[in-house]
Design a protein around this ligand. Sequence first.
Ligand SMILES: [Zn+2]
Length: 371
Amino acid sequence: MHKIKSLHMKVKEITDAIESMAPLHLQESWDNAGMQVGNPNSEVTGILLCTDVREETVDEAIECGFNMIISHHPLLFRGLKKIVGRTYQERVVAKAIKHDITIYCAHTNMDSARGGVNFKMAEKLGLKNVSVLDPQQGTLLKVVVFVPMSHVTQVETAMCDAGAGHLGDYDHCSYKLEGMGQYRPLEGAHPFAGEVAELHSEPETRVEVLVNKALCGRVVAAMLKAHPYEEPAFDIIALENEDSYSGLGVIGDIEPQDAKDFLERVKTAFEVVTLRYSGDLDRRVSRIAMCGGAGAEFIGKALALGADVYITGDMKYHEFQGNEDRIILADIGHYESEHYTKEIFYDVIQKKNPNFAVDFAKSEKNQVKYI
Ligand SMILES: [Zn+2]
């Protein structure tokens, strides 16, 4: 039986809560995270959580009176040209629309988020000193704006409320330096201070904030709205810095232990039936890297950061080869590595509203079987 509780929330309240932790701009360029089917303003009666949305998931939602499904993997990657029931995606979309069911997913944005898929994996193994394995690059900007002293707080707050100045566990981060601005208003100008045709000096503060590229338009618009000048002076500067708080995979430490014992623990922690590995089990391991889903592309990164073991899914035969003397590579299965993502959704919704009807889909199963 699923829990039935009566409190309602809007779809948007729930997706905002998820996206405040895993913003959509963190997703990979090829991804299609976010709303799949539905209306952000609908009232939600209950939420079913899953890894993949299938017809059985929609049937289960209908059966228990829940009208929202949240999955890790997107139902839709490419555009649907017809909805005539040929594929399971077409059938799921048709059934969801017919029964007013909203489908939403948080995919690579949740993979790259702090506290997301890979941090959940680290938690399952009790990793310490956890950091991102492959931090995002080219996503950070610095916005610098010169503000008359009387309006510094107003401008700074507007930018930070729009998403600037976020650094790990801190928000509203900024740097301020006082100085003197100068301008001469021309004919037709309406200066904040000073007279037309006269050179004017105004005490100004240089305010610097860090901004994710995806939020820059919003932050600059908020700054311009809050700034008292007709023509505010500001710089947008591209940074070479990595965003060490966002990216795929994690790396962390465990107490030194026998590799074989550790892999047995991995099997138990992720409910793995069969684990494929390469490397030497006759050694001690303490530095562990992992990436949920298909993460073979980060083997080099795991090696460079000194990992003894790298855990991921969907590894190909040749990807196991060439580093057997340096690292243990373990493929635990794509589904197995990510199925705990549902717990992240559960926690976000519980935190938002502890009495809301939310449950794990009982119809969910790994489509890949072992005999
Ligand atoms: Zn996946």
